[in-house]
Design a protein. Sequence first.
Length: 113
Amino acid sequence: MCNREHFRFICGTGEAIEPGMIFTDGGSIPRALWFVTDLSPWAYAQAFLVRDWLFDSHQAGTTDKSFEVRDIVLEGVRTLMASGVCEANRLAFDLIYSGIDSFIARLVWVGKN
């Protein structure tokens, strides 16, 4: 039996997001961008896990959160950088933002992929 604490992210608003069991492939970072320092599918795994949990919850209809969950993910990335878990990297942050705020990401969110 595994006795471990659950992962939880507490947003600046005080909301706690505690993902349950979930399968994830990390971030959907295109391989062509992996050359950017600290930009890989697992570099910001905790933030990507929150994103995947919120996306799956949205698709299952168990949350009323809108596409603006991207702001929660970005807050997670900023938190990882500010706390020193990940190196502060403005280029990586901007590329993550561009990806999760893109037209394609919005289409996937509404289920038109």
